[in-house]
Design a protein around this ligand. Sequence first.
Ligand code: NDP
Length: 291
Amino acid sequence: MSATILDGKELGRTIEKDLISRIDNLKKLGISPHLAVVIVGDDPASHVYVRNKEMACNRCGITSTRIDMSSKVTEIEILEIVKKLNLDDSIHGILVQSPLPSDIDESLIIDAISPNKDVDGFHKMNLGSLVQGNTSGLLPCTPAGIMKMLEMSGYQTSGKNALVIGRSRIVGMPISLLLAQRGIDSTVTISHSRTKNLPNICLQADLIIAAIGSADFVKPEWIKPGAMVIDVGINRISDSTRKSGYRLTGDVDPNAANIAGWISPVPGGVGPMTIAMLMSNTVLATEQSLR
Ligand code: NDP
């Protein structure tokens, strides 16, 4: 069997195009959706992610402002910038690029962002709202992008055994909640580094979401034939044959495509869906600011 490849770039561009009429309606009211991105330090991967987000804003007609801060910045200085952006009515979305330097308390910064402008969907009020079953607000972008990918590919989630590998605040836990919600109705198993017999648990899964951060971790022989496999992982592997000196790979061994029914590639799978959902959240936050 050769899996159908879920083209996140194409699906993401479709989502972005669908936003354009909503953005035009806002502009007719004299309001231009505006995303502010705060980036601290010079982590090369973070700079690539921020550039990709700025490019997506350009494609959609969303204004973007980037605030670069030195890696020596203090928590108080970041909090002051966030406060300023919260008070600025021309800014509708605020994102503080992760990871922050190790001496900065990331959750303190995220919870300082106004929940109405929290387009990453990580504020405790937005995550709490998701726990309560409300999925109409600002959802975390990667889990929301995965749900959109499943929906757009026509995959029926109801009654399926879904295995989420990883239990992080930004991917594993929220995607588990989204898959278990009423109307989606998957039966969800959450696994992590202490899980025993993971290969056997994988073999029972109709749907696997791999969000670990370990290159090619999920092996083809762990996959149930025909399963839906969503690879969230982004791992940099050194590769001297490339100009960049590295290549990107996911958490799933690419040979899994010989067993799975559907598989999302890395790169070009969940990454572009995440960016498209960030655009979607920025438009939603702008629309909600009018209420
Ligand atoms: P975290 O490091 O926060 O979480 C990793 C999770 O994987 C943890 O829950 C950990 O378990 C679990 N884990 C680690 N080792 C194992 C193992 N051997 N078996 C089972 N579970 C294991 O990572 P994130 O959730 O932030 O990110 C995961 C991956 O997804 C990364 O590669 C990241 O770059 C990528 N990512 C991609 C995005 C995209 O847009 N495509 C967006 C966000 C992330 P435990 O809790 O026990 O430590």
